[in-house]
Write a new protein. Sequence first.
Length: 166
Amino acid sequence: MEIKPGPEVLEEIIKKTRKNPTGWRCVVSKDESRFSNEYYILHPAHGIYEVKEYQKNPYMTRGVGMRLARRVDEGLYNDIEKGVGEFTIMSENPYKVLESVKRGIPLSDILEAGLMGKDLGIRVHARGPATGAKSPVGGMFSKERRALNRELDEILKNEGVRDSYG
């Protein structure tokens, strides 16, 4: 299983949502020691993916990810169904959004259209239940997770995130 840039992993997931747009689950947690967010995205037909990313600035995130497993244990999948919130994987086309706004469509209607499957500049690829950090996924795949942590640590080091002033 190969470590890839976070956007590349999300693009792989988006491609799979075209075949299976429903049935996706997500576990979200924070890794305070790396200033990062962790996302475990699961689907019975496509397995488990992890993406770790940090907010470099208000406009950009940086991160890495990989496919952790080809299958999802039914018990784990069902636990996440009892999620406390909802997640969405979406993409936007700023030019198409601007075009829609110029035609007099309010931004709230553009977003609502995306949630209903109509593309006015915002497209929803997948959505489903999400749960927080107290999930069994966090204790699984320790070897793969350590590799992702090393890769993210390297990005943080190269970008000086942990450098002190002085």
